[in-house]
Design a protein around this ligand. Structure first.
Ligand SMILES: Cc1cc2nc3c(=O)[nH]c(=O)nc-3n(C[C@H](O)[C@H](O)[C@H](O)COP(=O)(O)OP(=O)(O)OC[C@H]3O[C@@H](n4cnc5c(N)ncnc54)[C@H](O)[C@@H]3O)c2cc1C
Length: 341
């Protein structure tokens, strides 16, 4: 276990916001939590969990204990002719896990390539991209109670997975630390490509004469993502800042009358999902600077960017302004996907 006081999190968050944590703690084993809790100073402060802080926006210095998990091992827990179950430490980088699956010619994670962050956050966020979600392949989530250090195991059906959400983000937020996640993957000959997402299917037409492999999908997803998203190493950002709003059928009628060119997707509940990127682009924000340090990416209207030494407050002001403009023009409220702390 490592404990550091007044620790700068600038290198630990993809927005590259320069704030300090009162204490930054890296957990390496279950007993670390009990040891930490026996310290009165640490125990009297609020605790929060971070992984790669790629979905967080820090506003001010944190008078808190910031906890992160350093378990990184991959273990094969079960295997048969067609399937493999692997248990993975929460501290491993998500993309490293996807690379491991591709090196071993396993199906299941290829559509989720190149998403920043850690394995531990994948069930918390129920990460998703290109027609796949983490919940499709997660069988078990093992957690440690941040107050007692006790272990608990959740089956997939216990996790309350939802759009970019789960029980770990709601009821157990900052209470349970995910420390291992088990994934069920298919061996090369036993699985097949998930081509649900039309843009991915189109991009794969050049392989028409070839049998698709996890590696082909992986490479294609990375190619698509690189075209659409600013490089997080160059420009601080946290991916999609807002969720796609869902509106009622009644409101959709009025909306579609006025904005007949708006793209939409009808949900199974009879409501309508409108792409937030389209709403933001239509208010003229795509590629626009807000001030010297912040703006909206030219590549993707959903991505807010730190172009220099932006503070969390500046990014927040930009987000508020976009929410206000979208609300004013369309009467639709954009909800944030990024968690502001
Ligand atoms: C360029 C870019 C592209 C992105 N693209 C996508 C995308 O395509 N799809 C997508 O779904 N997301 C995307 N994201 C968002 C982000 O990568 C994911 O939400 C990711 O899962 C966050 O992982 P993290 O480790 O950085 O978590 P953090 O941002 O550190 O934390 C996110 C939440 O998870 C909690 N948490 C983290 N680790 C644990 C743990 N071990 N135990 C309990 N709680 C924990 C935190 O408390 C917090 O509530 C993108 C982000 C960026 C910067």
């Amino acid at each position: 276990m490592r404990i550091q006081a007044n620790y700068s999190l600038k290198q630990y968050n993809t927005f590259k916001i320069d704030i300090k944590a009162k204490y930054f703690v890296e957990i390496e084993k279950q007993s670390d939590i009990v040891v930490l809790r026996s310290d009165l100073q640490l125990s009297s402060l609020p605790w929060i969990i971070i992984g790669g802080a790629s979905n967080l926006l820090f506003n001010t210095d944190l008078e808190k204990v910031v906890v992160t998990c350093r378990f990184k091992k991959i273990k094969i827990v079960k295997e048969d002719d067609d399937n493999v179950w692997i248990s993975v430490g929460a501290g491993l980088g998500w993309h490293e896990l996807v690379e491991y699956s591709i090196e071993n010619n396993l199906w299941g994670l290829e559509n989720l390539a190149y998403i920043p962050g850690t394995v531990g956050a994948a069930p918390v966020q129920n990460i998703g991209a290109y027609g796949a979600e983490a919940r499709d392949v997660i069988t078990r989530v093992q957690t440690l109670n941040l107050f007692t250090g006790e272990r608990e195991v959740f089956r997939n059906s216990d996790c309350q997975f939802d759009y970019r959400s789960s029980i770990f983000k709601t009821d157990y937020k900052n209470k349970l630390l995910v420390h291992r996640v088990t994934f069920h993957l298919k061996k090369g000959h036993a699985g097949k490509a998930n081509l649900y997402y039309s843009q991915l299917k189109e991009a794969l037409t050049k392989y028409k004469k070839q049998e698709l492999t996890p590696k082909i999908i992986f490479d294609t997803v990375i190619e698509l993502r690189k075209k659409k998203l600013p490089d997080v190493k160059k420009y601080g950002n946290a991916g999609s800042f807002f969720k796609n709003p869902i509106i009622s059928a009644d409101y959709f009628k009025k909306f579609a009358n006025k904005f007949s060119d708006a793209p939409y997707h009808k949900t199974i509940n009879g409501e309508y999902k409108i792409p937030a990127a389209w709403l933001i682009e239509s208010t003229g924000w795509k590629g626009k600077r807000f001030n010297k340090n912040t703006g909206v990416s030219q590549l993707h209207a959903l991505v807010l960017v730190n172009y220099g030494d932006a503070t969390g407050k500046e990014i927040n002001q930009l987000a508020n302004q976009i929410q206000e403009d979208v609300d004013h023009k369309f009467g639709i409220h954009l909800e944030r996907e990024v968690i502001c702390i």
